[in-house]
Design a protein around this ligand. Structure first.
Ligand code: BEZ
Ligand code: MG
Length: 596
């Protein structure tokens, strides 16, 4: 990343009112600093998981620091960061102890140093005792508090180092019993360890969990605040992507956010099952009820039938309320739709997914196979695949026109992201869903909606625009030497991963035009216009390297990347050379002739 990009990065975020009072230079330096911290503190995967192989011990530090940073009320454990901040007397003044402040960095550094020392000792009780003593001495952390945490970290460390995945795989292939284990992220739920177990999901009647619902209020407030800061009003309709695995891992945070937007809370029966919703009065909500169009994955549909009914019921409950239309957008829209001739029942349909037995949008396949002429086709394909209505008595009824009308009202598309490991450019599913729905909305409403995401797996969930999230992903993964060198250690599949990230980045150009030129410029100069790197890539995996060059040329050819003509000439030259090489026409080792 060069200075120019950093400067533009620093200008991107809206700044709080406090910083407006600072002079411009301070203001700029502060924004730049926050941006750098955000990139620096991002937890990134530094290589692929190899089945049967435990992660390297030097990766444990970051994992354990992340685990230690969260409160775990179910285990009576408080975040080590907040214990240290309190012990050092830093936590009392929020204006002093904030993201990026020197006191926060002091806490981070001490936590990291303590965890490094802990990991340097043999994994027995003496390591726990020593860590407890360290934090008592350095930061006056009460020993009973830190002991609980370090006993958990000890268990994680031992379980991370022992790996039974291959034995379990072999046992599964012999048809033997495999012990079950929960499916989640290690930071969210360390109970996923040891790995190599038979992953089970959740009880759908417990969704959303109390914790997920509690946590989601602040996320929804931040989401609406961000939109209001930019547009000066509340969004009337949000299209939300809901996935099955994410709602398993987060115990239903996405579902909880949809309920908060509508202004209802889950009601539990005597057996603690979520069976209905209770309305939050407008006087308590303090804002209008937001209309939510939910596009749910096939996996969500299969796992969460009762939850789809709950979401459908939430919409119907809200529409039936006797409230002013300007405070109840779902009702306002149903009234308008009935006036235009739809039935009352149909006008309330908001939960859409694939037809029974079908999965995915296929937008990813169409993009990755270059089988599209205009972006309109991608949005239409999304709706073709997803326009089946769910909820009580609907059972996947075809509802294309109703979905068209619902999407035509959308002003904001949104997805909750809940994983450190899998982000917007790691897999093609984010662009097929969030990109797909964004494209579908743009065609039907005539305007590109705002696209926002919640980075949910931090102690303070953060709302970012699609563009901001993509830049962060690009800087911390695709263009980060720590990331790509980690990938290249895996040889052939490492190059395939790099190519996949570039193609998924391209997926965001295709569906949402969300990628700036510099991203492709940097990808090109890092991986292809650098002779040494190019040679490494094509020796390890010429097919993926060829695809990578082809993808950049496609981005340019479709008008999604503007760059200097010499760059394109050079890429075409490289493309032809790798093609010849793959076809056995030219020798395996060559150099790029400079074309300028
Ligand atoms: C899901 O968990 O719903 C999901 C998984 C992979 C791709 C898309 C959705
Ligand atoms: Mg798919």
């Amino acid at each position: 990343m060069d200075g120019g990009q950093l400067i533009s990065a620093a200008h991107e975020d809206n700044l709080d009112p406090r910083s407006r009072r600072m002079n411009q230079r301070d203001h700029f330096v502060e924004a730049l600093y926050q941006k750098l911290l955000e990139i620096e503190q991002r937890l990134i995967p530094t290589g692929l998981h190899v089945l049967g192989r435990a992660p390297a011990v030097n990766n444990f530090v970051d994992i354990l620091c992340a685990v230690a940073s969260f409160d775990r009320p179910e285990l009576g454990i408080q975040s080590l960061h907040s214990l240290v901040a309190t012990g050092l007397g830093l936590a009392d003044d929020p204006s002093v102890y904030k993201q990026g402040s020197s006191s926060q960095q002091q806490v981070e550094a001490l936590v990291k140093a303590g965890i490094k020392r802990f990991l340097a000792m043999p994994a027995d009780d003496s390591a726990v005792d020593s860590a407890v003593e360290f934090f008592r001495r350095e930061a006056a952390v009460p020993t009973e508090q830190s002991a609980r945490l370090f006993r958990l970290l000890q268990r994680i460390r031992v379980q991370l180092a022992a790996n039974h995945e291959l034995d379990a795989l072999a046992a599964a292939l012999r048809g033997e019993y495999i012990e079950p284990g929960p499916g989640a992220d290690i930071v969210q739920n360390p109970e996923i360890l040891p790995t190599g177990r038979n992953t089970h999901a959740v009880n759908p009647y417990n969704i959303p969990s109390l914790w997920a619902f509690q946590k989601s209020e602040a996320v929804v407030t931040a989401l609406l605040d961000r939109f209001r800061r930019e547009q000066g009003r509340f969004p009337q309709t949000i299209a939300m992507v809901l996935w099955g695995m994410d709602n398993i891992k987060s115990q239903g945070e996405g579902v909880a956010q949809a309920l908060w937007l509508l202004g209802v809370r889950p009601r539990r029966d005597a057996m603690n099952r979520v069976v209905d919703v209770d309305v939050i009065p407008l006087s308590q909500l303090g804002r209008p009820r937001i209309d939510v169009v939910m596009t749910v994955s096939g996996i969500f549909r299969d796992l969460f039938a009762s939850t789809m009914n709950l979401l459908d019921k939430a919409v119907r409950t809200v529409v039936a309320l006797d409230e002013p239309l300007e405070m109840n957008f779902p009702k306002q829209h149903v009234v308008a739709q009935v006036q235009q001739g739809d039935s009352y029942e149909d006008s309330m349909i908001r939960v859409f997914s694939n037809a029974a037995g079908s999965y995915g949008t296929n937008v990813d396949f169409m993009v990755l196979e270059s089988q599209w002429e205009s972006a309109r086709e991608l949005g239409d394909l999304f709706v073709t695949r997803k326009s089946f209505a769910y909820g009580h008595g609907l059972e996947g009824r075809p509802a294309r026109e109703l979905m068209d009308r619902a999407l035509a009202r959308v002003e904001l598309t949104y997805q909750n992201i809940d994983s450190y490991e899998v982000g917007l450019t790691d897999v093609d599913h984010y662009f097929e869903y969030l990109g797909g729905v964004t494209q579908a909305v743009e065609q039907r409403s005539g305007t590109r909606p705002r696209v926002l995401l919640c980075d949910g797996l931090t102690t303070q969930p953060k709302i970012r625009s699609l563009e901001e999230t993509l830049k962060l992903e690009t800087r911390t993964k695709t263009l980060n030497p720590k990331w790509y060198e980690g990938m290249l250690q895996h040889g052939y599949s490492g190059v395939a991963q790099i190519e996949r990230h570039v193609s998924n980045t391209f997926g965001w150009s295709a569906t949402a035009r969300a990628v700036e030129d510099w991203v492709y410029d940097e990808i090109s100069s890092t991986f292809l216009q650098d002779q040494t790197m190019l040679n490494r890539l094509r020796q390890l995996n010429p097919h993926s390297t060829h695809n990578l060059v082809g993808r950049l040329l496609e981005a340019h050819g479709r008008g999604l990347w503007q760059t200097a003509p010499q760059v394109i000439e050079e890429l075409r030259h490289i493309y032809r050379q790798i093609e010849d090489e793959l076809e056995g026409v030219s020798s395996r080792y060559w150099t790029v002739e400079s074309t300028h």
